[in-house]
Design a binder for this molecule. Structure first.
Ligand code: BGC
Length: 750
């Protein structure tokens, strides 16, 4: 058939323009005369959402029956790269079975606010964790020959005005918080496509953002697939093409294709730009068709995988001796979600699950369980239902309340207004807990919720939106068939108002200011030493773990060195379990404008009772670096850093100091407001500045005697260090023009 380039050379201008937009909602155009098939793309990413009938991208119409896996809010809790890789592989194979060439995901935007309606589709508030998990998913799916489309590139962190809002974010925050996960995925997993988001970034639509789509994505990170638009995200087609947006989705009904043709004819668009886009699209199509192999899709087997993934991801948040349950106990299962669980979110990721398990069915035969309705979804408090639940709870050994957010509370398309559970559920939980102190709450939600009853209950199991096998997974975790091992990928604050984006979310309709900068999630709560309900990285197990022997290969090193870190972890309890070992870097040097600590490594290991294992991490320059806007590069300020091993961002169990020396020199440009302190620090200007200091001293103490008690030496030094160059003129008999000459000379010297 030939390469993309060869095929492109045989295409007419109209054919080329046509290939750059969809044929319909889910297909690219084919070209029969040149043997190019019309390939299909499909949502996910938590399963296959292949629409056969009336197509839409909002989850309105049904798709083929498929397996609904846990959503990203849930799988992120696994902190397990292998698990995500396996999930990507299973979904990749389903795509092959259904002849889908691209799975539209993973969703990997940062959870800036708990209110974002699509948080359930995103992994974390932390870019490192997001990048590692998304990378694993992409590797798993693409290993099957199916392409992925990590989305939504970039800075798409809310649903309010999602197609037009401009995310106003400074360069350092962009580089350190909102882009790194995409960077990791592109550099380490080479996704074959990327989806450009709807929103604007600092005023420019993502789909027309040359700097993002070409300079950063391709030139810096080496992306070589094609960029597609989110559905309907293209504003001006020709500008988008020039910026690096290759494929417009879905079809524009020929309107934008004609624009492209006209622009080439008018000379407004170089044909070479169009050719490049066509070649990129063709290359991915050809790659898929050449690697395509028919596979058989075993839905039951994949259902079992969905269950395992849910079990590995759920987070045990509280357990005061109440869990695991045992089959001799009389247990009350209370609440609608025990019978009809909420297991996925709404919108484009909505899967037509071929079956859904619920906890009540899953527990039958295993335990002595009785059910009470407790509440009705989306309806007010019904005293009768609460009274029945309370009676059952009082007569049971343990009461388990299945609570969570109704579907209408969170979805693609709109943001949440608050983080509360429905008030009838809160009332129920409090009443049940008052009747039986051994009350456990099982949560079904796509994003954080406030838990005003947290101190009144004995156990909390966060299932999130755990996919269609949620019922079996929940029962297996409650009864200890599986030992919980998930950890929170996001902080649970006590109240919405504590969140760092609170004063600037969702913006004014035109712009949303990311004023919290780097201080997103735990980076903020930890810096503020603010009490939170549950910190980032938190999660319990039915066993306990102890940590020993932290070893760090260097205590002093260059930023270019690799630092090996190892730690021994022991299962000190009497059950097999899994621990997530978290490595944070806590910067000591110039720390005032920096987060306290940042996650730079994690590993999940399985340990039998009494078993120990050594876990190793490799840190590189990037583990210590900030993005420096003067250098336009990653930079490690020389100084001290602490390597911390934590169970969560608030529980550091071992730490070791390390001193890192930078191999880069920051550009130093002297101007009238450069301080004498800065000049003293620089070896090239130190001697000159000392001379200046002597002159100033002589001005204030002509006879060499310091008689001013009000200004101690420390105060004097500090005043001197903070003095801008222009401030010294009166003391050293220099005119303003002379100062400019001096500055010029100094700049030439350094
Ligand atoms: C969503 C994407 C999705 C696409 C196709 C858009 O509305 O933002 O995440 O992949 O529709 O359904």
């Amino acid at each position: 058939m030939g390469t993309g380039k060869e095929i492109c050379s045989k295409m007419t201008l109209e054919e080329k323009a046509g290939l750059c937009s969809g044929a319909d909602f889910w297909h690219l155009k084919g070209l029969e005369r040149l043997g190019i098939p019309s390939v299909m793309v499909s949502d996910g990413p938590h399963g296959l959402r292949k629409q056969d009938m009336v197509a839409d991208h909002l989850g309105i119409n049904d798709s083929i029956p498929a397996v609904c896996f846990p959503a990203a809010c849930c799988t992120a809790g696994s902190f397990d790269r292998e698990l995500l890789k396996q999930m990507g592989k299973v979904i990749g194979e389903e795509c092959l079975a259904e002849e889908v060439s691209v799975i539209l995901g993973p969703g990997m935007n940062i959870k800036r606010s708990p209110l974002c309606g699509r948080n359930f589709e995103y992994f974390s508030e932390d870019p490192y964790l997001t990048g590692e998990l998304a990378k694993a998913f992409v590797q798993g799916a693409q290993g099957c020959g199916v392409a992925t489309s990590p989305k939504h590139f970039a800075v798409n962190n809310q649903e309010a005005w999602r197609m037009s809002i401009s995310a106003e974010v400074d360069e350092q925050t962009l580089r350190e918080i909102y882009l790194p996960a995409f960077e990791t995925v592109v550099k380490e997993a080479q996704p074959k496509t990327i989806m450009a988001s709807y929103n604007r970034i600092n005023g420019v639509y993502a789909s027309e953002h040359h700097r993002l789509l070409t300079e950063i994505l391709r030139d810096e990170w080496g992306f070589d697939g094609y960029v597609m638009s989110d559905w309907g995200a293209v504003d001006r087609r020709v500008e988008a093409l020039k910026a690096g947006l290759d494929l417009e989705m879905p079809s524009s009904n020929g309107i934008n294709d004609a624009e492209i043709v006209q622009a080439v004819k008018d000379g407004r668009l170089e044909e070479a730009v169009l050719d490049q886009a066509v070649e990129r699209i063709l290359t991915v199509i050809l790659d898929y068709t050449s690697r395509y192999q028919a596979v058989v899709w075993d839905k039951e087997k994949d259902h079992a995988e969905a269950r395992r993934i849910a079990e590995e991801s759920a987070v045990l948040l509280k357990n005061e001796g109440v869990l695991p349950l045992n089959s001799q106990q009389k247990i009350a299962f209370i609440g609608e979600f025990a019978k009809a669980p909420r297991f996925q979110g709404g919108g484009s990721s909505h899967i037509n699950a071929f079956k859904v398990s619920n906890a009540l069915d899953a527990v039958s035969g295993l335990g002595n369980v009785h059910f009470a309705q407790g509440y009705r979804l989306e309806e007010g408090t019904e005293e009768q239902l609460i009274a029945e639940a309370v009676t059952l709870a009082a007569n049971s050994d343990v009461a388990v309340v299945f609570a969570g957010l109704p579907e209408s509370y969170e979805s693609e398309g709109y943001d949440r207004q608050h983080i509360d559970l429905p008030s009838n559920q809160n009332a129920l939980i409090e009443a049940v807990a008052a009747a039986n102190p051994k009350t456990v709450v099982v949560l079904h939600n796509g994003s954080v919720v406030a838990m005003p009853w947290a101190n009144q209950v004995a156990g909390i199991l966060e299932m999130y939106l755990a996919g269609q096998a949620i019922g079996e997974a929940t029962v297996n975790l409650l009864y200890g068939k599986v030992n919980p091992s998930g950890r929170l990928a996001e902080t649970f604050p006590y109240q919405l108002e504590d969140n760092p984006s609170h004063l600037n979310f969702p913006g004014d309709g035109d712009k949303v200011q990311y004023k919290e900068g780097l201080f997103v999630g735990y980076r903020y709560y930890d810096k503020k030493k603010m009490d939170v309900q549950f910190p980032f990285g938190y999660g319990l197990s039915y066993t306990t773990f102890s940590y020993q022997d932290l070893k760090v290969s260097h205590t002093t090193c260059q930023d270019t060195d690799q630092v090996e870190v190892s730690v021994r972890v022991t299962n000190s309890g009497n059950r097999a379990g899994k621990e997530v070992i978290q490595l944070y870097v806590n910067r000591q040097v110039d720390s005032s404008l920096r987060p306290v600590r940042e996650l730079k490594g994690f590993e999940k290991i399985a340990l039998g009772p009494g078993e120990s294992k050594e876990v190793t991490f490799t840190l590189t320059k990037r583990s210590f670096a900030e993005y420096n806007t003067l250098l336009e590069d990653w930079y490690v300020p020389s100084g001290d850093y602490v390597i911390e091993i934590g169970k969560d961002s608030r529980t550091i169990v071992l730490s070791q100091n390390i001193s890192v020396k930078s191999s880069q020199v920051l550009p130093f440009v002297i101007h009238r407001n450069t301080t004498l302190g800065e000049l003293m620090e620089n070896p090239k200007t130190r001697a000159w500045t000392e001379g200046l200091k002597r002159k100033i001293d002589a001005f204030f103490h002509p006879d060499g005697v310091d008689q001013d008690d009000a200004v101690s030496d420390d105060i004097g030094d500090s005043i001197f260090k903070n003095m801008p160059l222009r401030g010294v003129l009166p003391f050293v008999e220099m005119t303003s023009d002379e100062l400019d000459d001096v500055i010029k000379e100094l700049n030439e010297q350094i």
